[in-house]
Design a protein around this ligand. Structure first.
Ligand code: CA
Ligand code: CA
Ligand code: CA
Length: 130
């Protein structure tokens, strides 16, 4: 059984290394404009599927947002930055409030009203590059 699992894992690893995964490179956003991306938007070419962000700019992700079918599913937050996601929020409005209260810098990049936007609309907001 263990050997079988190993074989499956190796095949999966090869599969991802050789092709499939890099097709849709995550879009990134540099919130504090220090030249390093702080928010990563994974997408399937159309919808955002997952977002992770480093909201205290220490180089380690501390917010993970799961999006399913263009809708907010849940967020995991490492509010004390110890590497463990100890806070879970599965309510969209609640997450928005949390971001607004705790990470206002990220209101525009995380606290979205609508996750169902097509990827192109999400990234080229009015007033930004086109
Ligand atoms: Ca940055
Ligand atoms: Ca961080
Ligand atoms: Ca933590």
């Amino acid at each position: 059984m263990r050997r079988l699992n190993t074989a499956v894992l190796i095949s999966l690893a090869l599969f991802f290394c050789l092709g499939a995964a890099p097709v849709n490179k995550p879009k990134t956003l540099d919130v504090n404009q220090d030249g390093k991306p702080d928010v990563f938007y994974h997408h399937d070419g159309e919808n955002v599927t997952r977002i992770h962000a480093d909201t205290n700019y220490d180089g380690t992700d501390d917010i993970l947002v799961h999006v399913e079918d263009g809708k907010f599913k849940k967020a995991q937050i490492d509010a004390d930055h110890d590497g463990e996601y100890e806070t879970k929020i599965d309510n969209e409005a609640q997450f928005k409030n949390w971001v607004n209260e705790n990470r206002p810098d990220f209101n525009d990049s995380l606290g979205w009203d609508d996750y169902s936007c097509k990827i192109s609309k999400v990234f080229w907001k009015p007033g930004e590059h086109n």
